[in-house]
Design a protein around this ligand. Structure first.
Ligand code: PAF
Length: 276
């Protein structure tokens, strides 16, 4: 496995290479990231993983400074997982001058996580487009845990006619249901024990939808009440149409139940898809 920090060196290494699968990450890798690499390997692709903590997608007062940086460990994990190249650009490499061109995502980027994190998806879309232009992959893999991010990247890829196939990969969970995330490392032992409640509430909503629950607002607000009564600060619990991410109607069959809430200083997100 090669570790490459420069764009020109990466381009040279990828010259004439067909069938590149790209896994963009911000590092501090866990099993969920490694699932993306294995999914790419299974398709027989040449796997390029990027590790870059993108300042454009962090708002003021967010965790950009304290975001875990574990490059050596990440590279060991990626070598074991069979990645071919790890691209580790510096901020100066990707932003030699302040970024003045941005991807302006559609209004859905201002809802759900976008409502609590203004500009977040503009930053995500901009860096992903830059990385796609640098790596020029055939496929790119994204975890479903960041369901709204996946939705926006798919829209961007379709509407800007990018020649990249977006492949979604299932969320990896701990045994108690907590979705794996680099931010789980911020949780204290007590918070870690409480953390699966977000998933449990999403699961409960899915069960109620499956057994004919039609009052979507009641389902959402019951989950908000349960989480709040256990000390969470809830950003949203929302039942949406799985394809459009528009608020679901009781007639919808393909839905996704999404949630984001803070436990102490840590913001956790999760979602579950349901087809009824
Ligand atoms: O999901 C992430 O880790 C990031 O948002 C991404 C896609 C690597 C862009 O910085």
């Amino acid at each position: 496995m090669e570790i490459i920090a420069r764009i020109d060196v990466l381009r040279e290494a990828l010259k004439n290479r067909q069938g590149i699968a790209f896994v963009p990450t911000m590092g501090n890798l866990h099993e969920g990231h490694l699932d993306l690499v294995s999914a790419a390997k299974k398709q027989g692709q040449y796997v390029v993983v990027s590790i870059f903590i993108n300042p454009l997608q962090f708002g003021a007062g967010e965790d950009l400074e304290k975001y875990p940086r574990t490059l050596e460990q990440d590279c060991r994990l990626l070598a074991n997982a069979g990645a071919d190249i790890v691209f580790t650009p510096s901020v100066e490499t990707l932003f030699p001058t302040a970024q003045q061109f941005h991807v302006d995502p559609p209004p859905v980027a201002n809802e759900l996580c976008g409502a609590a994190r203004p500009g977040h998806f503009r930053g995500v879309a901009t860096i992903v487009l830059k990385l796609f232009n640098i790596v020029q992959p055939e496929t790119a893999l994204f975890g479903k845990k960041d369901f709204q991010q996946l939705h926006i990247i798919r829209l961007m890829t379709a509407q800007l006619n990018l020649p990249v196939i977006i492949i979604p990969v299932e969320t990896r969970r701990a045994e108690d249901g907590l979705a794996l995330s680099s931010r789980n490392g911020y949780l204290s032992p007590t918070e870690r024990a409480e953390a699966p409640r977000l998933y449990q509430n999403l699961e409960k909503i899915c069960r109620q939808l499956s057994s004919g629950g039609k009052d979507l607002h009641l389902l959402e607000s019951s989950a908000v009440m349960d989480l709040s009564s256990h000390g969470w600060k809830v950003d949203y619990i929302s039942i949406r149409h799985a394809d459009t991410l528009q608020p679901a109607t009781p007639e919808d069959r393909q839905m996704v139940v999404l949630g984001a809430a803070r436990l102490g200083a840590t913001r956790l997100i999760d979602n579950l898809e349901i087809c009824i």
